[in-house]
Ligand binder design. Structure first.
Ligand code: GUN
Length: 277
């Protein structure tokens, strides 16, 4: 079974559009991008386009590559204090002179629709989440949409980043999976991966997950965004080989990626709803 993230995200965006219309609310998202990275610019443009589609207002703030931490913190503070803004998204990565941790911690937790603030990560770890990072939350939505059982299953997450691996593990644990996080120092990695009923790869290496590392019938979630030797977009998983063994698998493109944006939209609406009540 192919887990079609594009299709699920389209469906979720349509439902969200109706919910926003019915609510009478006009949620607003502010994005901040520092520098000229074309990849980041593309992602931010896609987020603004999604906002327009569902009826969320968006403002984009573009700051120069040589922006200081202090200047960025001032911008975040202004958005925190703006009652018309419900969600704030600081596009990562930031240029190296900027203290990313200070910036993430400066975003008001109520407007942290990206779910990266330690308050929101703490709530997630405590099992009482408010906003969760959009990529792993979007993966939980795909699993739910396809009726893939999580409770009691063995889940293995490869990668321990703040935006994917760690929150993914917390979300799976909150859904009663037995969770293992693997990383670059893990011993017998292939054995760990083969034990997974649900395998999530967030490594960033094309061809990293081979068929012999996947249990027959497992659900394989590919979070990788890589380019192969022909310059073609691909994930971490050797898709053609692994799909023969897996019970369900996300493609790249059209798997996890679209769900990240749909989740951002849902969390921005949630921020507007929470403010309204
Ligand atoms: N850079 C890559 N993915 C993301 C994301 O989900 N949120 C933000 N803010 N930056 C990113």
């Amino acid at each position: 079974m192919i887990l079609d993230g594009k299709k699920v995200s389209e469906k979720r965006l349509e439902i969200l559009k109706e919910r926003i219309e019915e609510s009478g609310l006009y949620p607003r998202l502010a994005t901040i991008i520092v520098g000229e990275d074309p990849g980041s610019q593309l992602y931010v443009r896609m987020k603004h386009r999604a906002c327009e589609r569902v009826g969320i207002g968006s403002i984009g703030i573009e700051l120069p590559e040589d922006t200081t931490t202090e200047r960025l913190l001032e911008t975040v503070a202004r958005l925190n204090n703006d009652p018309d803004i419900n969600g704030i998204l600081v596009q990562l990565p930031l240029p190296k002179q900027i203290d990313t941790t200070r910036v993430i911690e400066a975003v008001s937790p109520e407007k942290d629709v990206d779910g990266f603030h330690p308050y929101n990560l703490g709530r997630l770890l405590a099992g009482t989440p408010v906003y969760a990072p959009c990529t792993p939350k979007g993966i939980m939505t795909i699993l739910a949409e396809y009726g893939i059982e999580i409770a009691g299953k063995r889940a293995v997450v490869v990668g321990r980043s703040i935006d994917v691996g760690r929150p993914m593990a917390a979300l799976l644990l909150n859904a009663d999976a037995t969770v293992t996080i693997c990383h670059s120092k893990t011993q017998n990695l292939a054995d760990e991966m083969r034990s997974a009923d649900i395998l999530v790869s967030a490594v960033g290496k094309a061809g990293f997950v081979r068929a012999d590392m996947v249990k027959e019938g497992a659900t394989v979630i590919d979070v990788g965004i890589n380019y192969n030797e022909n310059g073609k977009l691909c994930g971490d998983v050797d898709f053609e080989a692994v799909r023969e063994r897996a019970g369900a698998i996300t493609p790249v493109p059209g798997g996890v990626g679209p769900m990240t944006i749909a989740t951002l939209m849902e969390q921005t609406f949630k921020a507007a709803e929470r403010k309204a009540c």
